[in-house]
Write a protein that binds this ligand. Sequence first.
Ligand code: AMP
Length: 289
Amino acid sequence: MRIFKEIRPLRDFVADKRRQGKRLGLVPTMGALHRGHLSLLEASKAENDLTLCTLFVNPIQFNNPDDLANYPATPEKDLEALRQAGCDAVFAPPAIEMYPTEPRISFDFGALSSVLEGAFRPGHFSGVAVAVSKLFHLTEPDTAYFGQKDYQQFCIIRQLVHDLNFPVRLKCMPTIRESDGLAMSSRNMRLTPEQRKSATGIITLLREAQQRLVNGDRWPVVQMELSKKYQAMSGISIDYLELADLRTLEILTEMREPDHSLLLIAGYVGTVRLIDNLKVSDSDLSVTP
Ligand code: AMP
């Protein structure tokens, strides 16, 4: 497995593989890898000649300095996991390599970035779009793999690729979960054992909301009752619980089409902020035992 910390040799490597006509898959991550990340790697390996994974905690997408400082880092473990999973190349640059000077560019995705995560994390998606644009330029992938867990991020990147004509195909892969349903996340390792139990409330809430919507309960009632219930029961401090059209991310006040409706949640368990989402019509919850 080739490991690059600098842009120049990475570019040479990519140019060489391009000349050989290799199909390249890209898996961008912030490290502290888990099976969710590795599922993206597997998808890429199945569809490409070569898979490149990036490990980069992108400082400009953190609106909260404590969140950046506390973001888990397990670089040696990550490299070992990638090696074992058969990753071909890794780009793990220090921040100074990606941003030798503070970037002046920023992105505004309008309604797509002013709701949900965008409303609670100002500047977050602009920072994501800057980093992903750079990674696309530097690695020139045929296909890039992202997870449904960060669904709004996927929508933002899809818009970025559309608006700027990046010649990249995007894949949104299912959320990989722990056996009790909790979505795998690098942030989960910061939970105490007790908080880890409470965190299961996030998927339990989403499933209960899903069930009630399918049964015909009205969304505003479900939204209010479940927010209160799980705040009290699991101690989850909810930033938002919303229903959105998964094609446009328009926030819905009533459910119209179950096939196109997505439940999205963000909340704190202790000081750890977790997010998750569930399609109303989804019966396959992609639980991995
Ligand atoms: P992160 O390192 O958290 O920025 O995530 C890197 C990529 O992995 C993003 O495309 C995420 O959506 C994806 N990802 C994170 N958690 C999961 C999960 N549990 N299942 C599938 N993909 C995930």
